[in-house]
Design a binder for this molecule. Structure first.
Ligand code: SF4
Length: 327
């Protein structure tokens, strides 16, 4: 077990008495940051909207050894299964693979609060009726959470079940947010986290390390932004250049680069050292399927990366929060 950062799976075990596995579903939502013809959007977004790999039936033949496939990578994925089918498929996969007992429902594809309250309620109710989920997670943008949606989400909280909102922030620098066309600024994020907390919701924040023009100071600022917001958890992504994105064009033109493993280890360690110790770390690196990934191609898998990070932090005698100053 890793002890140099605040581990998500250990948190879930303490909270529920057993491991809890996430089932990601695509509720058929779109994204306010993409145009109706599916163009536009964030410069790093390939339009798949983070659909879980095991839900991509048409791509199940690809593996970690697969080469980049430009045709698949530029295709937009449509939901193929109903929400109920996705959950049942996810549950049977997780039971078979890990012997899973507890489950978290995660609406993870695109912007999962981008609809009327009635439609959201209908989809959330349908999904939550399939299994007795112990965690309910909704991934969205900070500019798409009006108070009536937060009230709806709050209504799903029980003594046994927490409700989380996952906000994509990506960077603490407004100039970077503009460059990558996020369509919101950091003030919008801070306001959304405050209102989510006022509704009794827990908040997780997505951060990308290695965005164009960003370095050590930016990584520290990102950690400090999460501390200031009081985010309950973080998902760290190292920048992945995926096919069919604006950043792919810039990468292929030689304008930007993707961090190597060594640089990513250094960035993640620095970020963690400045992150408040109580913030739960849900993810350390991106996991783009290899047939969609242009760069970085030479990178260890998640478990090796975590071992390398742990070894590095042990060697350096560093840990999450050791540079954190409460303000
Ligand atoms: S908000 Fe999410 S789905 Fe929308 S363009 Fe950005 S990354 Fe893609």
């Amino acid at each position: 077990m890793f002890t140099r950062w605040t581990n998500y799976s250990e948190y879930l075990k303490r909270r529920h008495g057993h491991s809890v596995y996430r089932i990601g579903v695509d509720g058929g939502f779109s994204c306010p940051n993409r145009r109706s013809d599916k163009t536009g959007g964030c410069a790093f977004c390939d339009g798949t909207g983070s659909v879980a790999v095991y839900q991509r039936k048409a791509e199940s033949g690809y593996t970690r050894l697969s080469s980049y496939d430009a045709e698949v990578a530029s295709g937009i994925l449509k939901p193929q299964l109903t929400i109920r089918e996705e959950i049942e498929r996810g549950r049977s996969f997780l039971k078979r693979r890990y012997g899973a007992e507890g489950f978290a429902l995660c609406f993870q594809s695109y912007t999962n609060t981008y609809d009327t309250v009635d439609n959201l309620r209908r989809k959330y109710d349908e999904a939550l009726s399939v299994i007795d989920f112990e965690e309910f997670i909704v991934s969205t943008r900070p500019d798409t959470v009006p108070d009536d949606v937060l009230s709806l989400l709050s209504s799903y909280r029980t003594e046994r079940r927490d409700v989380w909102v996952e906000f994509g922030l990506q960077s603490a620098d407004d100039s970077t947010l503009e460059y990558i066309n996020r369509g919101h600024d950091t003030a919008c994020y801070l306001d959304a986290v405050t209102r989510a907390h006022e509704h009794g919701l827990l908040v997780s924040t997505h951060i990308i390390l290695g965005l164009p023009g960003e370095g050590r100071e930016s990584f520290i600022r990102s950690a400090e932004m999460l501390n200031r917001a009081g985010s309950d958890a973080v998902k760290i992504h190292n920048l992945h250049i995926t096919g069919g994105t604006e950043l792919a064009d810039e990468y292929l033109d030689g304008v930007i680069t993707a961090m190597s493993e060594e640089r990513t280890l250094e960035a993640v360690e620095l970020f963690l050292r400045h992150l408040a110790p109580e913030i739960i770390v849900e993810r350390m690196i991106s996991e783009t399927p290899y047939h969609r990934l242009i760069a970085p191609r030479k990178f260890p898998d998640k478990s090796k990366f975590l071992s390398h990070l742990d070894a590095r932090m042990t060697r350096n005698n560093t840990r999450q929060g050791d540079c954190y100053e409460k303000r």
